[in-house]
Every structure is written in C-alpha cells, then in structure tokens.
Design a protein around this ligand. Structure first.
Ligand code: ADP
Ligand code: MG
Length: 238
C-alpha cells in the first residue's frame, strides 16, 4: 500500500523558504490534484516527492517507508513532465524501454512491459515510429508509457497536458482517468486547469505561497470553499 505522506515538509533555496511546513496525506490509489497560482510551489512539492529536489525539513513517506533522503530511483515513483523530452533518434518502443534497459532489465521483460504499456495507451501501431512522426498527443502518451513500464507505486504528473491543444487535452484527460482506473496506482497531478482538477481528482489540494490553503473532494471545495481564494480556483460562484 503506497500512499504518500508529507509531514511538515519544508523547502528552502538558500535563505528563501518556498514550501512552509506542508502536512498532507495522499491515500493509496487516490488521484490527488495540486492547484494554485503560478509560483505557489506545485512543481517544487512534486519534485520533492520525486526526490528531484532535496527536502530541507520535515519528512516524506511513500507507503511505510521514509524516503526523505532516498534517491529518486529508490522511491517507487515515476514522473511525467509538461515537456516530454523523447529521444528523437529512438523509436517509440526504444523510448519507452530505455529506462529499463539502462537498469539492466532483460530484453524479454522490456518487450513485455513495453507491449503492455502500449496496449494501455493505444500505441501498438506506433512502436516502430520515431517521435517526429507522432502527433503531440501521441508523444505525450509515449512519455506516460515511459512511466508505466517502470511499474511505479506512485505516478507524478507536472502539467502533462499544458502543451496540447484544447481538443487533445480533453482526450488525454479521459485517457489519464482510464489509466488511473486500470492501474489503480496513487497519482499526484499538478494542473492549473480547473476542469482537469474537477474531473480527475478524488482530492484537490489548493496551494498558495508555499502552504496548503484547503484540501477536499472536488464537490466539497466547490460547495464549501473556506475563502474567496479557494472559490476562485475551483470556479464556484461566490
Ligand atoms: P509552481 O510550479 O506552482 O508554478 P514552483 O514550485 O515552480 O511553482 O516555484 C515555487 C517557488 O519557488 C517560486 O517562488 C519560484 O520562484 C521558487 N523556485 C523554484 N525553483 C527555484 C530555484 N531553483 N531557485 C530559487 N527559487 C526557486
Ligand atoms: Mg510548475
């Protein structure tokens, strides 16, 4: 069981504190969405969970394990970024399997895992293509595929759909919801799109200036926001 627990998590860049003692429990299998204005600390918090940023104070646990000081590769997490830097000279298949190959996994296993991920993401027909022969949505699927093949306990998404046009964003949103249903893993998803937050989330975390303003289900935040700031983010009339 691999939920994520932050206990008084702090991040400082030099003397500048940008995350101010955040307490948060994301349950196993939960879809948790971080929202808040630009610069409020969404990416920083996600990168701290991933181990891409050092946590300056407090504790981060995944399941029962304290991972505060663990290497990113030892955390059982996989992150999907807004800019899906695929290797242009590699095929879709090679892009998805690259991480496993680097970690010395056998070829059969890589083929099997890539096959499984490509079925989930409907990329079967594109395995031999290079990224430049794919649409934006297909490229983002490959980036998600790279995360899936690693079999993480926790998926971390940092505005994965921001670079896609509106129509594709809707399609991909539906796919991410389906992926969550199929895999059942814990997912933490950063977005500034209210519709994405409302439709994907079991739990929404509203961040402001490096602290949590309110946590709740989409309905709870919509119908009972603590203040105008939260109401503004969740889009309820106030
Ligand atoms: P968000 O993802 O919500 O837009 P970030 O997590 O990127 O916000 O940034 C949170 C705060 O931390 C911002 O004030 C930003 O300027 C600051 N910050 C982010 N990265 C660094 C860094 N490497 N050095 C100094 N300050 C940073
Ligand atoms: Mg960000």
């Amino acid at each position: 069981m691999s939920g994520v627990t932050l206990t008084q998590a702090v991040k400082k860049y030099g003397d500048l504190e940008v995350i101010h003692g955040v307490d948060l429990v994301v349950e196993h299998g939960e879809f948790c969405v971080f929202v808040g204005p630009s610069g409020c600390g969404k990416s920083t918090l996600l990168r701290m969970i991933a181990g891409l940023e050092e946590t300056t104070g407090g504790q981060i646990s995944i399941g029962a394990r304290d991972v505060t000081d663990a290497d990113p590769s030892d955390r059982g997490v996989a992150m999907v970024f807004q800019t899906y830097a695929l290797y242009p000279h590699m095929t879709v298949e090679e892009n998805m399997g690259f991480g496993l190959k680097m970690n010395g996994h056998p070829k059969d296993e890589i083929t099997e895992k890539v096959g499984e991920a490509s079925r989930i993401l409907k990329l079967d027909e594109y395995l031999k293509r290079k990224p430049k022969a794919l649409s934006g949505g297909q490229r983002q699927r490959v980036a998600i595929g790279r995360a899936i093949v690693r079999g993480p306990e926790v998926f971390l998404f940092d505005e994965p759909l921001s670079n896609l046009d509106a129509e594709l964003r809707v399609d991909m949103r539906v796919e991410i919801a389906r992926l969550h249903k199929d895999i059942g893993a814990t997912m933490i998803y950063v977005t500034h799109d209210q519709v994405e937050a409302m439709t994907l989330a079991d739990k929404i975390v509203v961040l402001r200036d490096g602290y949590i303003e309110q946590v709740g289900s989409p309905m709870a935040l919509y119908s009972d926001p603590d203040n105008k700031f939260v109401a503004g983010f969740i889009g309820s009339p106030s």
